[in-house]
Design a protein around this ligand. Structure first.
Ligand code: HEM
Length: 524
């Protein structure tokens, strides 16, 4: 709205000066009025947005635990989410079996009891895994991990054979070769050092050799191991919608693309080895191509037979293998850090592991690893299981609600909200695991149903349960036995050793300072 200064309001003033004064007054009034209107307008809009934000929060929150109001309007606890703290998570889980937070427009429901966590993970009708927006760009939208429902189940059926007991046995020789190389490297270090980066490199090398065998070169492994952290760093909760060159997300995507290109070439070489040279499978890629060939042959013998595996292109194989690396790298490095820290601090555990390792090898430490040998290492296996329970690498798994989800009789999670089943509380449930905050491998000797079944959520449950769960237990049991038998592990404790740092998974806050010394396994 504006005043018209030549309007009849100006008529009748006796002289020009008077006329000028009035004009100045009117201009000023006009400015004040129009600026007042804008300020009022802006304030009104802000008030409406803030009220809407608070009202929506109240409606979605319903009766579950959570801050009474959204304390930081709009952004919610966004700043805290940039630097997540284990103690803050724990306080949230303890606040109620269902609690909530709201960050920007995202409403997040957190389920902390065992039964609710299981219910959510096993409800594909209502939920599907939730990934941060940038993950779709980094892993590519065509990647199988983004499939849902039947398409996902069908795809997974083809992958299950890659982690069967029979397949796991095939991967052991290449894994043992690299365990020996790293054992030698670790025991030759000069004095103590941070083992967090060392374990990340070890796990990356072990995974890449298991997945790609000898098709991948040492230089390619070094390139991926050195740069993988850029992928984890790129996966922030909120990212800029487009990828700007030389930012974190740009580097993350570049490393992912370069890695997938390497995998594609490896898949082509594996196809030649299995299909044209009739070679034996020695790694995951070989096994995959072998299973495809086997299915083809069976199908040509009996066209009526139902195909369990279809043909996969090199690009599809490279994308899937990348998801294996992606899913395993952080979680396995986390397990390695806690497992070796805890064992190094417990001479009683070390003694029992060494005793068992010699016993299963009939006192001959040079006996190579095999699936049968690993299956005999029950105490060493219990140490790995207890480490996974005591310090579960994955604390929680974010899912998104596809349609309104009646989580309890009194609470329905709204469509579009994020729902996060937490795994840690079930694994520290005092009713199932006596003295849950103490590391007791012996508890697994007479494990009861719930310890294994209902509370054992380390690898999730339901249609998305971890594909690598048997692989992890086999690899770590064999590796822990070998390393403890052949080296003295010295942990240089600090005030932060027992504190938990959250970096995608969990790690000791001081990055684990250790020293390894070679030992004669036959020495008492
Ligand atoms: C200590 C190591 C590991 C831990 C604690 C772990 C834990 C998990 C958890 C909690 C999930 C989510 C399950 C759910 O939503 O119910 C998961 C999914 C998955 N994990 Fe693991 N994992 C580990 C290592 C591995 C390894 C070594 C591989 C591959 C060789 C792997 C492959 C996968 C895949 C592909 C998925 C997604 C499955 C799907 O969506 O169908 N993980 N893992």
């Amino acid at each position: 709205m504006s005043f018209n200064t030549t309007s009849p309001l100006a008529v009748g003033y006796k002289n020009a000066q008077q006329y000028l004064d009035i004009e100045t007054f009117i201009t000023k009034a006009q400015e004040t009025y129009s600026s007042l209107t804008w300020i009022q307008l802006i304030f009104s809009v802000i008030a409406i947005i803030l009220s809407y934000d608070q009202i929506m929060y109240q409606i979605r929150k319903g009766s579950i635990a959570g801050p009474r109001f959204k304390i930081w309007p709009i952004i919610g606890p966004f700043l805290e989410s940039l630097d997540p703290k284990f103690e803050e998570y724990k306080a949230k889980w303890d606040s109620g079996e269902l609690s909530c937070v709201s960050i920007f427009h995202k409403f997040v429901v957190i389920a902390s009891s065992r039964d609710l966590a299981r219910k959510i993970l096993a409800s594909p009708k209502y939920v599907k895994p939730c990934v941060v927006d940038v993950a779709i760009k980094i892993l590519r939208p065509t990647n199988w991990v983004f499939l849902d429902g039947k398409q996902h189940t069908d795809y997974r059926r083809s992958l299950n054979g890659l982690f069967s007991q029979k397949a796991l046995e095939i991967y052991i020789p290449v894994q043992e070769k690299y365990m020996d190389i790293y054992l030698d490297k670790f025991t030759k270090f000069d004095g103590p050092r941070e083992f967090f980066p060392e374990f990340r490199e070890l796990l990356c090398a072990l995974s890449l050799r298991t997945f790609c065998g000898d098709y991948i070169t040492e230089e390619q492994i070094a390139l991926i191991a050195d740069n993988y952290y850029r992928i984890t760093a790129a996966l922030e909760l909120v990212n800029f919608p487009i990828i700007i060159p030389y930012t974190k997300t740009w580097y993350g995507k570049k490393i992912a693309d370069d890695t997938m290109k390497i995998f594609e070439k490896c898949a082509a070489m594996a196809k030649v080895h299995i299909n044209e040279e009739a070679g034996k499978p020695a790694c995951v890629m070989d096994e995959w191509i072998y299973l495809m060939k086997d299915a083809r042959e069976k199908h040509s013998e009996d066209p009526e037979a139902k195909l369990l595996i279809r043909e996969f292109s090199n690009k599809e194989i490279s994308e899937a293998i990348f998801t294996f690396l992606f899913a395993s790298q952080d979680a396995s490095s986390s397990l390695a850090c806690w497992l070796f820290q805890i064992v190094a601090d417990r001479p009683d555990v070390v003694e029992k592991i060494r005793e068992e390792q010699l016993a299963v090898r009939n006192n001959d430490p040079s006996v190579p690893l095999s699936l049968d040998l690993i299956n005999e290492m029950s105490y060493t296996n219990n140490v790995v299981k207890e480490s996974l329970r005591y310090r579960p690498p994955v604390l929680m798994v974010p899912y998104v609600v596809k349609q309104s989800f009646p989580v309890t009789e009194t609470y329905t999670a709204p469509k579009g909200s994020m729902i996060i089943p937490t795994l840690y509380p079930a694994l520290h449930d005092p009713e199932v695991y006596e003295d849950p905050d103490t590391f007791i491998p012996e508890r697994w000797e007479n494990a009861t149903g719930d310890m294994y079944k209902r509370n054992w959520l380390v690898f999730g449950t339901g249609p998305h349960v971890c594909l690598g769960k048997n692989y992890v237990l086999m690899l770590f049991t064999g590796m822990l036995g070998k390393f403890v038998m052949n080296a003295d592990l010295i942990h240089h404790k600090t005030a932060l050793s027992e504190e938990i740092k959250v970096f995608a998974t969990i790690f000791p806050k001081d990055d684990l300072i250790m020293e390894w010394k070679s030992r004669n396994p036959l020495e008492a």
